[in-house]
Design a binder for this molecule. Sequence first.
Ligand code: TMP
Ligand code: ASP
Length: 252
Amino acid sequence: MSRRKKIYEGKAKILYEGPEPGTLVQYFKDDATAFNNKKKATLEGKGVLNNRISEFIMLNLGRIGVPTHFIRRLNMREQLVREVEIIPLEVICRNVAAGSISQRLGIAEGDPLPRSIVEFCYKNDTLGDPLVAEEHITAFNWASTQEIDDIISLTLRVNDFLSGMFAAVGIRLIDFKLEFGRLYEGDMVRTVLADEISPDSCRLWDIETNEKMDKDRFRRDLGNVTEAYAEVARRLGIMKEAPRAANDEAWK
Ligand code: TMP
Ligand code: ASP
């Protein structure tokens, strides 16, 4: 078997050249990092769970008309996606205060925000993904005003859809992070949702108990990280039962 060409390796995923021009294979690793790579671990089964959860979410967003890079899942750890030019922004949408907004503005974690807030961070690991304003984004040409408008309206649609979808299974969507890309089709460019949506990139709390079901379990050493991800998958109906070990075998 010939080795596939690796296009990019990130902290939790690898992108390989796809089978056709304009496609990529997105491989989900078990690696977890936090605090800009200062904390690292391998969580067995995480990649398998995130591949399935992200597939489920992207497919459902596609059905309500949100354009995404997702084409189809290939296997336990890989999905076929459209090649896009990633816009160098981490787009964060918050419904309830937690994490960095709580620290920055002194709002207690768990306090509902007066309205959903969309924030932008400049995607740059060396700088630690700093929070930026639209002024910076347009001045430095990271995205155009039209792209920012598209990104905000898509993010709010994603928020409405995901908030309802998770609420229906007893999960509160506290916040999440999205990434967008430019999809070139002939001489047209479209802004589409890229990357992944999974418990790595969302804060998800049980509606009844406020128990964390996301990557904060890893960041804050709360334990049972993959078990919590598996419970999210189980509630969404992706898995019939949450297997004790969310390893590749349990999914075959
Ligand atoms: P924050 O409160 O640390 O700014 O995180 C807000 C949301 O964005 C939270 O759901 C976690 C997610 N996130 C990422 O997916 N990647 C990141 O690098 C960071 C900092 C946050
Ligand atoms: N994923 C980021 C990192 O590796 C930060 C985080 O999610 O906490 O640093």
